[in-house]
Design a protein around this ligand. Sequence first.
Ligand SMILES: [Zn+2]
Ligand SMILES: [Zn+2]
Length: 179
Amino acid sequence: MPCSLSTEQIAFARRFHGHWCPGLAIGIRAAEWALLELGHDTDESIVAVTETDMCGVDGIQALVGCTFGKGNLLFKDMGKMAFSFYRRADGKAARLLLKSKADGPKDAGREEHAQWLMDAELLDLFEVQAARWTLPPKAHRLASLLCSVCGESTMETRTRRMHDQVLCLDCFEAREPRI
Ligand SMILES: [Zn+2]
Ligand SMILES: [Zn+2]
């Protein structure tokens, strides 16, 4: 079955990403799988893990509602076209890996390749596997501390203690406290 998303959904993803390309088409199709199997995110009910920071991830942010800002889009820099989705309510989860033969017709241009991706069967595009990572805990607000050196407010988990001082990572890495 070709992409079952509405023209409005696809147009929104294109506007969000800013151009049309095969990478976005891959992300849109992965998002389609997530919407069909797990539903749209409501208040961080869905978590996505992306193993690429290329175009495709914008399709997921736009359509599934897993975003970097909300903390329910996690980036594991593996350099693979793979996206995992988790539903917190019942633990349903899967990892979608783009199949190596999803390159489209031989010598296809970008436009043709993108269209081919939109027309393909979902299961011809992705290998659906068991999720690899345990579900990360729900994002919550953490306390911030002031860095003893630069005075900038820094999330506590990103600070380091040295000689009874609290240092932000910038200052800790510089290792030359000016006080
Ligand atoms: Zn793109
Ligand atoms: Zn500092």
